[in-house]
Design a protein around this ligand. Structure first.
Ligand SMILES: [Zn+2]
Length: 109
């Protein structure tokens, strides 16, 4: 079949271009995936796998940013709590710290 020939041709081209064949297959077309300069590429679908990896990485970045922001908020809240002498404000700060700690726990999961 012409379709299959085209598939073999594209996979061969990927190999000849210096791609490293990986032990994983494309979830869409079952073609073996190739590694080009650190990017995972499907010779038939293009850079779909790379897109997915980038999205996963972007998600990780957001989570680590949330984690970082929450930690710095927590630090400033604790600092304020140390200096606070007003009982009402102290309770508010404790509540804010508790909520921030809960958010941090959730961000880890
Ligand atoms: Zn594919």
């Amino acid at each position: 079949m012409a379709e299959n020939e085209d598939k073999i041709k594209k996979i061969t081209e990927a190999l000849l271009a210096g791609g490293k064949m990986l032990g994983v297959h494309c979830g869409k077309c079952k073609s073996p995936l190739f590694e080009f300069e650190g990017k995972v590429v499907c010779p038939l679908c293009g850079e779909l796998e790379q897109d997915r990896q980038l999205k996963e990485k972007a998600k990780e970045d957001v989570l680590s940013r949330v984690d970082r922001v929450l930690h710095s908020k927590l630090e400033s809240l604790v600092e304020k709590l140390e200096k606070e002498e007003d009982p009402t404000k102290t309770l508010q700060l404790i509540e804010a710290i508790r909520t921030t700690l809960q958010a941090l726990e959730r961000a880890k999961k």
